[in-house]
Design a protein around this ligand. Sequence first.
Ligand code: SAM
Length: 274
Amino acid sequence: MPPRSVSPWRGSREAIAVKLRAYRRLMNSEQAARLRAEMVERQLRRRGIRDENVLAVMAQVPRELFVPVEMLSRAYLDGALPIAAGQTISQPYMVAHMTELLELRPGMRVLEVGTGSGYGAAVLAGLGASVISVERHPELAEAARDRLAGLGLALGFAKAVRVVVGDGSLGWPDEAPFGGIVVAAAAPRVPAALPAQLADGGRLVVPVGMRGRQELILVVRRGDSFEERACGPCVFVPLIGEGGFAEPAAARESARESESGTGRRRRWFGRPPV
Ligand code: SAM
């Protein structure tokens, strides 16, 4: 069984304090800072991430607070990790690569599709973006909201992220246009609704391909035309929704089972997708 996700930012003040003490017993902030610095050098800079702002923010955002407590010792490993609802927190390199492709400027309005743990949203907000992050699983959205509220106060980006629940494969038209859109889940093609929600000059990054293997696609809006560029292979969990993949019958079945309390959690064999 994959581990249960435990957010250190949920529950009463007392419960939060207990969880924070558990986190601190397992990893103190000096250890975490050292692991983050190593991650930035080995996994990001050496692999070609050049944007110093992205590197600096990723050296600050405490990834250990976004992973389930059982995964703490693996928080800074070079890969995705399982979180609740059969989903993942993305690999640090992929978060950096996608963020760099957005060419963010402070104050830019960004739509993130697939909040997951909230880690990607924290990196975007840390770079000064104003973020709307859409998640289809309400329980993930709620946990990410709590986590981001606590962390935003500590890192100075409180209120920069709004987490909403819905089908992000349709974008978030009420708040469009966006300077950047980042889709953290794989779509069979560029979701039709998204390019039109870019501002002029805006950039959309989305993994496109079949389940289990995709190419990262960058779409840049120039007036009424859209330039597309392939930016490397990747493997993401599927974007489920109108502009993505259909929900598999098995997942619908297991969701129904879960509602009735008999559902089984998804197993990861080998390396989970990002
Ligand atoms: N950015 C996240 C992080 O840093 O933890 C990782 C995102 S995870 C790889 C992909 C997320 O996309 C999952 O949480 C999944 O539930 C979500 N997702 C899939 N289809 C979606 C949709 N149509 N709308 C919104 N979220 C969706």
